[in-house]
Design a protein around this ligand. Structure first.
Ligand code: FES
Length: 151
């Protein structure tokens, strides 16, 4: 009886070890197959739904405000030329992260009139009470048209 139990446990350990050895190979095979089929590197990237919100020409005079960007009354955005990256556009949510008021462009930065929070042109917080940056959306520019997507 003791010998059978020991044998069973040994068999169980060997089987478990073999299974654990196979798992990385199976995972790698699945990943390679996905790459060969042209699957996106990230499932999230495939889920993004971009909508056209403006053209690059709309930004000639400075940041451009887009109301109802996604057509469901959930987002007002500010489109801004990225101050750190030429020919790149940022899409920032106009909602102040402090208590939800709307930020406005004041020539050099965004300011929230409710309690005075301020944000740089790239949406980074420069003055509280807000304790976070403005939310940024995914942006792509194609043939002079600007598309944004929620992340
Ligand atoms: Fe913007 Fe309070 S809601 S600073």
């Amino acid at each position: 009886m003791y010998s059978n139990r020991r044998g069973f446990l040994r068999w169980l350990a060997l089987g478990f070890g073999a299974l654990m050895g196979l798992l990385p190979a199976l995972a790698r095979r699945r990943f390679d197959r996905a790459l060969a089929q042209g699957a996106p590197a990230s499932p999230k990237a495939a889920e993004l739904q971009f909508v056209k919100v403006a053209t690059v020409a709309d930004l000639e005079k400075g940041p451009f405000k887009v109301e109802n960007a996604f057509g469901d009354n959930t987002a007002t955005l500010w489109l801004v030329k990225d101050p750190k990256k030429a020919n790149s556009v940022l899409a920032l949510d106009a909602t102040c992260p402090h208590a939800g008021c709307e930020v406005e462009w004041r020539g050099k930065n965004f300011v929230c009139s409710c309690h005075g929070s301020a944000f740089a042109a790239d949406g980074s917080r420069t003055r509280g009470p807000a304790d976070a940056d403005l939310t940024a959306y995914k942006v792509k520019v194609e043939k002079g048209e600007i598309f944004v997507a929620r992340t």
